[in-house]
Structure formats: structure tokens, C-alpha cells
Ligand binder design. Structure first.
Ligand code: PRP
Ligand code: MN
Ligand code: MG
Length: 204
């Protein structure tokens, strides 16, 4: 019986490495947001696992901290962004205005998603500030310049899954982050990502 674990070419970040880093980020965020009553906003679906671990690590918890979620998606069933980010949310100005918002993402890649979400919060909802905590930063692939305030790991340009990250909606529940074997997507005509420097980044 072939399990999801067998589909990994390698494990990039083990469960314990992730948990240790999440604890550090949580403590840092707790310090930075004392007295700011932050709104912690998870970008679904990819952030669900990082979000639930991170909020428990925000210790001591700033008073007035509240949670919410926004749905953003740009990737179809392939590995490439379609370039168009769709937001689904019931967040309105009355919930966000004047709040210090911390966006939680599993990965910032081209930065189209995070840019779209933060623009929505600042321009449509009147957030007092917007910052981002992302577990992974694949900054080689930027199309828009964006520097997250909190980053777990700078991630190589490989096809990563697990800990919330999916391929065609699968693999999200793995407690670690691994690189998918090319044989798992080559039948769809998708090529493995090119290593370093071949992308169209260049704004770093
Ligand atoms: C993925 C990931 C980020 C975004 C990053 O979400 O969770 O939200 O792409 O890519 P970008 O920086 O190039 O915009 P996806 O659209 O696959 O939806 P999902 O979270 O439901 O998987
Ligand atoms: Mn996402
Ligand atoms: Mg996805």
C-alpha cells in the first residue's frame, strides 16, 4: 500500500523543526503585539495548520487578540498560479477598521495573494496596520516585491507539500513539509521547478 509518505522525494522541514520555529515566531509576535489587540487573520486554506499552532505559541497572549479567516485562492489544479486571486470573506470595515492585523500564510511565493489580501484590508477595510507571518518564503519566485515581517523558513524553489500546503488539494494533513516526487505530477504534464535563478524574480 502506497501512502502519501511514499510520494515524498525528501523531507525539507520535519515536524519537530517546524514546531521549534513556530514557538520562536509565537514568542516574538507576543512581544511585538502587546497592547495592540491584534486581529490574527488566517488565509485559507493553506494556513490552517500553521495558524492553529502559531496562535497557541503567541504567549503571553496579548489582551484583545481575536481571530478571523479569509479565503484566498489563485492556484488551480496545477502548480502555477493563475495570476488572479479570488477572495471570499465576510470581513467588513466594521470588523477591521483601526485594528492591527497579522496575516498568517503557509507560503509567500509570487506574493500576488498576500498583496491582494493586504490591499483589501488597508484600502477597503481601514486596518491600522497589516503585517504577515508566513511559514515559508519562496522569495525566488516573486512577481511583486514583498517582505514578510515574520518568516519561518526561506524555502528553495521546489514543489513543497504538507503542513497545510497542497497539491491538487491533497497532502495538506502531513505534519511535515516535503518535496513531491516528480512522478506524482509528471502525468499531468507539469514540469519540476527549475533550480535557483531561472525564475523571473529579481526584485530582492
Ligand atoms: C497558495 C498558498 C498561498 C499562495 C501563495 O494558496 O497557500 O496562499 O498560494 O502563492 P503566491 O504568493 O504566488 O500568491 P492557494 O491559492 O493554492 O490556495 P490554498 O491556500 O487553498 O491552497
Ligand atoms: Mn493559500
Ligand atoms: Mg493551494
Amino acid at each position: 500500500r502506497r501512502t502519501y509518505h511514499d510520494d515524498m522525494a525528501k523531507v525539507l522541514y520535519t515536524e519537530s523543526v517546524i514546531q521549534a520555529r513556530v514557538s520562536e515566531l509565537g514568542r516574538q509576535i507576543a512581544q511585538d503585539y502587546q497592547g495592540k489587540a491584534p486581529l490574527i487573520l488566517g488565509v485559507l486554506k493553506g494556513s490552517f495548520m500553521f495558524f492553529s499552532d502559531l496562535v497557541r505559541a503567541i504567549e503571553p497572549c496579548p489582551r484583545g487578540l481575536t481571530l478571523d479567516f479569509i479565503r484566498a485562492s489563485s492556484y488551480g489544479s496545477g502548480t502555477e498560479s493563475t495570476g488572479e486571486v479570488k477572495l471570499k470573506t465576510d470581513l467588513r470595515r466594521e470588523k477591521v477598521e483601526g485594528r492591527h492585523v497579522l496575516l498568517v500564510e503557509d507560503i509567500v511565493d509570487t506574493a500576488l495573494t498576500i498583496t491582494t489580501v493586504s490591499r483589501f484590508l488597508l484600502e477597503e477595510c481601514g486596518a491600522a496596520s497589516v503585517a504577515t507571518a508566513t511559514l515559508l518564503d519562496k522569495h525566488e519566485r516573486r512577481k511583486l516585491s514583498y517582505r514578510p515581517e515574520y518568516t519561518g523558513f526561506v524555502c528553495p524553489n521546489e514543489f513543497v507539500v504538507g503542513y497545510g500546503l497542497d497539491f491538487d488539494e491533497e497532502y495538506r494533513t502531513l505534519p511535515y513539509i516535503g518535496v513531491l516526487k516528480p512522478e506524482c505530477y509528471s502525468h499531468l504534464g507539469i514540469e519540476a521547478p527549475e533550480p535557483d535563478g531561472s525564475g523571473e524574480s529579481g526584485d530582492e
